[in-house]
Design a protein around this ligand. Structure first.
Ligand code: CMC
Length: 429
């Protein structure tokens, strides 16, 4: 195969280098395009733009493949733990026993947040969305580590990694406790990462709490399958903010804000609201499908469609299967799960969805599972943030310590007025 592509522009020929990734993904290198030709590449929404080289996660959207560092996500969801998968994503290999023990120790040891930060929670109204609290609290963490914020110093970065992973979990649980008016429950470092989170969420000082191992296992699986998804909106945001050499906390806080939107991680909450509405109105899924196809309506079938997957999202397959298993184990029945399955069945038979390759994505069934675990709806996107954290950290770290850390700065095609003059206010229409 030729290792250049020929571009003919205004009668002149240019050779553009080709790049081929380890899984045969192909790209045309246009980094010198503007300098050589005066043209830029136009790609709104970046659907065809490779913004970086990365060793972390591979997706084949046509075949429905998702691997972290080469390992299929289904295998990790079945055999690994979230802590181990986090290590894999961040450091590039599965940890040996000593590495895992050290990493787990660090996560346990750094689970508390500075006591002064508890007072921040008092400033939020009880109606505050936990994503608003989470993003600002995470950015505030940077105030407590002024000596560890240099993205170019590997020792400082590694000092922060377990702190970020551990403390954000605590912040997330506290934001829920505050929203329901209960006292915060301090972390119990004898517990595993997921069990500790569930304890902080659901324990009260007046009682002892048994943590159901099935619930812990389900949470572990959910966090693993959310752990990375290459250059999605929030991860690209973390890289973009990080590319200015902003610190890890600031970059992750920006990622949390990007994830919040209903087109991205906020979709899990939106799916459950949609299913609840269908349930309340008698369970007719056809109406929702018709509304989603109506071009005069803004309504979209939440939890359906994906920029990269043009087949069934492998994460949705795993969650759907686990919904049946976990609800069965917990002895729960959920009418919303039945509605979700019927909705999927009707949509997948419909030519509108078939022609556009719109399938359930990760958010379609995750809310049903979170609900079965007792997680309240406004915490679903927070749960997604906890899962995505190792991915954000891995990309931020890769960019600074291993990759190309040029500042992200896209160009545009200006389409506004060409010349205009300042008009004093009395002369304006
Ligand atoms: N319901 C109805 N129509 C849809 C949907 C949907 N959920 N998703 C896409 N379409 C239509 C869209 O209107 C367009 O139609 P047409 O060609 O007639 O204009 C066509 O399908 C292609 O869609 P697109 O908007 O060009 O696709 P995109 O890659 O820009 O957007 C998406 C991807 C995920 C934002 C979009 O599918 C969507 O809004 N889905 C619902 C929200 C959702 O579930 N988001 C979670 C995504 S997965 C997890 C994550 O990233 O956090």
């Amino acid at each position: 195969m030729a290792n250049t592509a020929e571009l003919i522009l205004e009668g002149k020929s240019y050779q553009l280098p080709l790049i081929v990734g380890s899984c045969e993904e192909k790209a045309i290198d246009i980094r010198k395009l503007r300098a050589d030709t005066g043209y830029i590449a136009f790609d709104s929404g970046y659907g065809n733009t490779g913004s970086c080289m990365s060793n972390i996660t591979f997706i084949d959207g046509e075949k429905g493949i998702l691997c972290y560092r080469g390992i299929p996500v289904a295998e990790l969801a079945e055999k690994s733990t979230f802590v181990e998968t986090s290590y894999l994503l961040i450091y590039g290999h599965l940890p040996n026993k000593t590495e895992l023990d050290n990493f787990s120790h660090q996560l346990r040891y750094h689970s508390m947040i500075h006591e002064d930060m508890l007072r921040f929670y008092d400033g939020y109204p009880s109606t505050a969305h936990p994503m608003a609290i989470l993003s600002s609290m995470v950015c505030s963490l940077s105030a407590y580590y002024p000596d560890s914020l240099d993205p170019k110093d590997p020792a400082q970065v590694d000092h922060l990694v377990p702190r970020v992973l551990s403390k954000i979990r605590t912040i997330a649980a506290y934001s829920y406790k505050k929203s329901i008016g209960q006292p915060v429950v301090y972390p119990q470092n004898a517990l595993s990462y997921c069990a500790n989170f569930l304890h902080m969420m659901f324990a009260v000082p007046s009682e002892t709490m048994e943590i159901d191992p099935d619930v812990t296992a389900a949470l572990n699986m959910l966090l693993i399958i959310h752990a990375d998804h290459e250059q999605n909106c929030s991860t690209s945001t973390v890289r973009l903010v990080g590319s200015s050499d902003a610190n890890l906390f600031a970059s992750v806080a920006a990622g949390i804000c990007a994830l919040w939107g209903p087109k991205h991680g906020g979709a899990n909450q939106a799916v459950m609201e949609m299913l609840e509405t269908i349930h309340k109105n008698g369970g007719d899924v056809n109406k929702a499908v018709a509304a989603a196809k109506d071009k005069d309506s803004d309504f979209k079938l939440m939890g359906f469609g994906h920029r990269v997957y043009k087949s069934y999202d492998p994460r949705a397959t795993i969650i759907r299967k686990n919904c049946d298993v976990i609800l069965g184990k917990l002895g729960k029945k959920d009418p919303l799960l039945e509605i979700a399955k019927r909705l999927e069945e009707v949509a997948l038979k419909d030519p509108y969805f078939r022609e556009r390759n719109l399938y359930p994505n990760v958010d379609f069934y995750s809310g049903v599972l979170y609900r079965a675990l007792g997680i309240p709806k406004n915490m679903y996107t927070v749960m997604f943030s906890l899962g995505r954290l190792p991915g954000w950290i891995a990309h931020w770290r890769e960019m600074h310590l291993e990759g190309d850390d040029r500042i992200y700065r896209p160009r545009q095609i200006y389409n506004g007025p060409t010349t205009a003059n300042y008009v004093p206010i009395e002369g304006r229409k």
